[in-house]
Design a binder for this molecule. Structure first.
Ligand code: CTP
Length: 375
């Protein structure tokens, strides 16, 4: 059987040989000269309804029949696949996205590189293989996240021009939010996510889809600080909303891209408490933050919001950062540990209970704040 390793594994293997931190992951195989029937006869298990892909009977690695793709309609679904025994390796590689992803390796370790992928890997260039790039608009997002993953790589001018054309022609409009979200999340997990934003802005994709979401220096700084502190991707989505005016916009944007409920609620709450959180320097500020963030019921989220604040708005905490952090945590503990039942029992009029409990919490925060002074 004629089999070749292709795609990300080969790219990352060559990059790691160059000294890059890229680590080759799963191996994807391409099979030439076979048919679905002959694969099944060899014991391979067919998977996936759309693609002619099979699992190896022993290694369970993915083997795809060499194929060509032809676009029949706009969007992600309008593909017809031609997978037959006469499709050559070169034809299969030609319909792939980037030259660096279109290098094949034989089982004995020889490289087959008809489209200059090794040259582009050396020169650190992301370049499309052929016009077939334009048939799959998700490739704009893939390229953008590769730029975030491999920050030393530039985008070939002709590839940028092609992506601009794809955006202007409306081809990228057909991308469903879930696809965009998946790629954005992967890009935000990369070492330099702002490079993904650079590419999406440069080709017009961002303006066309998210014209009211500015990506200025404040957003980029917030993202950069998220990366430096290793904050999770859900918080990096919040950083994308740095320049939005209010929580309504934050919610509208993150909901429109189908971010998870936790991600939306984190970013929305962050926006709601941003002003008092940034100036947090007294027990009163702490109370305002806890009330607005519903800290009592959502204590874990409150802790995450405080962590985000301390990492992304460090100026506000200044040289006292550590001490202030301890005080805020002590205040939160005090806020949450007031025994509401016991306070309620001290009230004769039920209508006074809520305000009595609130006062007790404020007193507890004030006491904790003072107690931790100078600690
Ligand atoms: N591919 C493509 N167009 C796409 C998706 C994938 O041409 N829209 C091709 C590329 O050759 C790619 C290979 O399929 O290298 C495997 O795709 P995938 O596993 O999704 O990505 P990788 O390039 O392996 O990258 P990663 O390390 O992120 O998995």
């Amino acid at each position: 059987m004629q089999t070749y390793i292709v795609g990300g594994f080969v790219r990352d293997l060559l990059l790691s040989a160059e000294g890059s931190a890229a680590r080759p992951n799963d191996r994807d195989w391409v099979v030439v000269g076979e048919t679905p029937e002959s694969m099944i006869r060899r014991g391979f298990k067919p998977v996936g309804e759309d693609f002619p892909v099979f699992l190896h009977p022993k290694t369970h690695e993915e083997y795809a029949l060499a194929r060509t793709e032809r676009k029949t309609a706009p969007g992600y679904h309008g593909f017809v696949f031609h997978a037959a025994a006469d499709v050559t390796l070169e034809e299969d590689l030609k319909r792939r996205d980037l030259t660096v992803n279109a290098i094949a390796m034989t089982e004995s370790g020889d490289f087959i590189d008809p489209y200059g992928g090794m040259r582009d890997l050396k020169a650190h260039v992301l370049r499309h293989v052929s016009d077939a790039f334009a048939e799959d608009p998700v490739r704009i997002l893939r390229l953008a996240r590769f730029a975030a993953r491999f920050p030393s790589f530039s985008v070939a001018p002709e590839t940028m021009a092609l992506m601009r054309q794809m955006v202007e022609s409306g081809e990228a409009d057909a991308l469903v939010p879930e696809r965009v979200l998946a790629e954005l999340a992967k890009g935000l997990a990369c070492p330099v996510p702002s490079r993904m934003l650079d590419v999406l802005e440069a080709c017009g994709f961002w303006m066309r889809r998210y014209a009211d979401i500015p990506l200025g220096s404040a957003t980029r700084q917030a993202l950069h600080r998220c990366i430096l502190s290793g904050l999770p991707v859900s918080m990096r989505f919040a950083a994308l909303t740095t320049e939005l005016a209010d929580e309504r916009h934050v919610k509208a944007f993150l909901t429109s891209i189908r971010a998870s409920a936790d991600t939306v609620s984190f970013a929305e709450t962050l926006k709601r408490i941003e002003v008092p959180l940034k100036r947090l320097a007294s027990a009163e500020d702490a109370v305002e933050v806890f009330l607005k963030a519903d800290a009592l019921r959502r204590r874990d989220r409150m802790m995450l919001l405080l962590e985000y604040g301390s990492r992304v708005f460090p100026e506000t905490l200044g040289s006292q950062a550590k001490q202030l952090q301890r005080r805020i945590e002590a205040a939160l503990e005090a806020w949450c540990s007031v025994n509401a039942g016991a306070v309620a029992k001290t009230q004769t009029n039920p209508r006074d209970i809520a305000s009595a409990v609130l006062n007790a919490r404020c007193d507890a925060v004030r006491a904790a704040w003072q107690a931790s002074e100078g600690s």
